[in-house]
Design a protein around this ligand. Structure first.
Ligand SMILES: Cc1cc2nc3c(=O)[nH]c(=O)nc-3n(C[C@H](O)[C@H](O)[C@H](O)COP(=O)(O)O)c2cc1C
Length: 163
């Protein structure tokens, strides 16, 4: 688990090979087991694999045009509850870690706060009371993701209080 967490990096370029159905199911199964406030589990997950639809998504998502080249995109929706955003992010993180554990590359694409959320909701026929939290593009990585610079432990870690 620690290795999975430490090795995960956003991957935006994918091989053409599809993601196996069992893997898709396994990833969504991990997503649904995420923690949620008061265990409300307000989420629904839409896995998109149809090429034309991925193409359409790629055209809509200004910060995720690479979805067009992905064999799979999972959209995370949550019912409009008090902690919908935290809950949806919690499930999104499980998706990213499950993907890494299964040898897949993935990238979190913003959903909430983006002007395209309405358009995505319409395209995926989301019910009125569901809000788009995130989209995750997935596939077998085409190449090793360049490691993003991360803040060092000493820069972010305090004991007892800020010092
Ligand atoms: C809330 C959130 C929204 C993000 N939205 C996008 C996005 O729209 N497009 C994108 O390419 N990456 C997006 N990312 C991925 C970040 O750019 C990436 O996690 C960050 O640069 C650190 O790189 P790493 O994931 O490789 O550690 C998002 C990440 C988070 C947490």
């Amino acid at each position: 688990m620690l290795e999975v967490i430490k090795n995960r990096r956003s991957v935006r370029s994918y091989k053409e090979s599809p993601v196996e159905e069992e893997k898709i199911k396994e990833i969504i199964d991990c997503a649904r087991l995420a923690p949620s406030a008061r265990n409300v589990q307000p989420w629904k997950f839409v896995a998109v694999t149809r090429r034309e639809r991925l193409q359409e998504l790629g055209e809509i998502l200004d910060t995720g045009p690479f979805v067009t080249g992905a064999p799979l995109c999972i959209a995370v929706f949550c019912e409009d509850t008090k902690y919908f955003l935290e809950d949806g992010c919690s499930a999104t993180m499980n998706i990213l870690l499950a993907a890494e554990a299964l040898g897949l590359g993935a990238c979190w694409i913003a959903g909430d706060k983006k002007p395209y959320q309405e358009q995505v909701s319409r395209l995926l026929k989301a019910p009125e009371n569901y809000r788009l939290v995130s989209l995750i593009s997935l596939g077998y990585p085409r190449e090793e993701a360049p490691g993003k610079a991360k803040k060092g432990l000493e820069e972010v870690f305090y004991r007892e209080e800020f010092s």
